[in-house]
Design a protein around this ligand. Structure first.
Ligand code: TRP
Length: 340
């Protein structure tokens, strides 16, 4: 889906990130770049999902609270403009929690347990029978996030598609109770970039696994991460022919190097033999250092002025509070609860 096709009909965009760690290159290529482009054309809100972050971190709340401003600084550093994009904090919007309560009555436990993303997260996190109720039900809270803004378009990674499906199920139930369209169904906007592998080529990138390059990573951290990147384990001597598929260095060059012809030539050379991993890593490192240096510097400047970050979040939350209260009123109306 390309961005231009929406220009004649601006969409209401709502997207968000759990505030559980600083954002990394996967976020940048998968969604942040797209949000920067979308903000000039559409009515875009970005939600810092602190409450959703707590659904599996309530025992360690500072993992969430200490990352809220980091995430806002990440947004600003990559070019999200708070004049064009409303940036708000989930816990500052009480309408979201209220909507979650009403929607909870429209969703069965069995349906929640079938959500494939929640299912695999439960397995990965080793919850077994001790699943926090808030975690199992976070798709309902995400449906509240999306519908409270009446969003029509939600830029997300493919792991979030089950959340949008559940959101639309709830929206249809609410509309059918109302006998008219009160809430918009939403569509996903998937990035054209495929999911970026972790530097070890094994897992989904994650801060805790130490296999991601963050937007705020230092020069040294970037250098160490690139040098330890997974390549072709059978490419032992420089003159050997090497494999490009699954070679993380080439995946990152494809994603971030501006000269695609040059990357094409490098791939041919690598496959032919005679191009060492040291050289390809050096090329990638230079590319990433050049790209991340200005982002890291801007990020540090923003984090130096926390009062400004707080102010941006407070203003964005105020605007969002008003929008979401309106939708809450409409939903309460459907249940006949606006009697006072
Ligand atoms: N679940 C999303 C994630 O883990 C974060 C999120 C919360 C979100 N609320 C949202 C995304 C609403 C899109 C729309 O990244």
């Amino acid at each position: 889906m390309n961005i231009e096709q929406f220009t004649d009909k601006p969409e209401i965009i709502l997207t968000g990130d759990r505030a559980t760690g600083p954002l990394h290159l996967g976020h940048y290529i998968g969604s942040l770049k797209q949000r920067v482009a979308l903000q000039s054309v559409h009515d875009q809100t970005i939600l810092v999902a602190d409450m959703q972050g707590l659904t599996d971190n309530a025992h360690n709340p500072s993992k969430v609270s200490s990352n809220i401003l980091n995430v806002v600084a990440d947004y600003l550093a990559v070019g999200i403009d708070p004049i064009k994009t409303t940036i708000c904090l989930q816990s500052q919007l009480p309408a979201l929690a209220e909507l979650t309560m009403y929607y909870s009555n429209l969703v069965t436990i069995a349906r929640l347990e079938r959500n494939p993303t929640v299912k695999s997260e439960i397995q990965n996190k080793g919850f077994e029978r001790s699943i926090p109720a808030g975690f199992l039900t976070y798709p309902i809270s995400q449906a509240a996030d999306i519908s409270a803004f009446n969003a029509t378009l939600v830029p997300v990674g493919d792991d979030q598609l089950p959340m949008l499906e559940q959101t639309n199920e709830i929206v249809r139930k609410v509309n059918s109770l109302a006998g008219k369209t009160v809430l918009n169904e939403c569509r996903p906007l998937l990035s054209k970039a495929s999911r970026l592998p972790s530097t070890d080529g094994k897992n989904k990138m994650s801060k805790t696994m130490g296999n991601a390059i963050n937007l705020g990573s230092s020069e040294k951290e970037i250098s160490v991460a690139v040098k330890s990147m997974y390549t072709d384990p059978n490419h032992l001597k420089i003159e050997d022919s090497g494999c490009v598929e699954g070679n993380v260095v080439f995946t990152y060059l494809d994603a971030f190097h501006s000269d695609k012809n040059y990357v094409g030539q490098l791939k041919e050379h690598y496959q032919r033999g005679g191009l060492g991993d040291g050289t390809t890593k050096k090329i990638l490192e230079e590319c990433l250092q050049d790209m991340l240096r200005p982002i890291r510097e801007r990020r540090a400047e923003y984090l130096n002025d926390k009062a400004q970050l707080v102010d941006i979040l407070a203003k964005g939350s105020q605007v969002s509070r008003e929008k979401t209260e309106k939708v809450l009123f409409d939903v309460k109306d459907i249940f006949g609860l606006n009697i006072l």
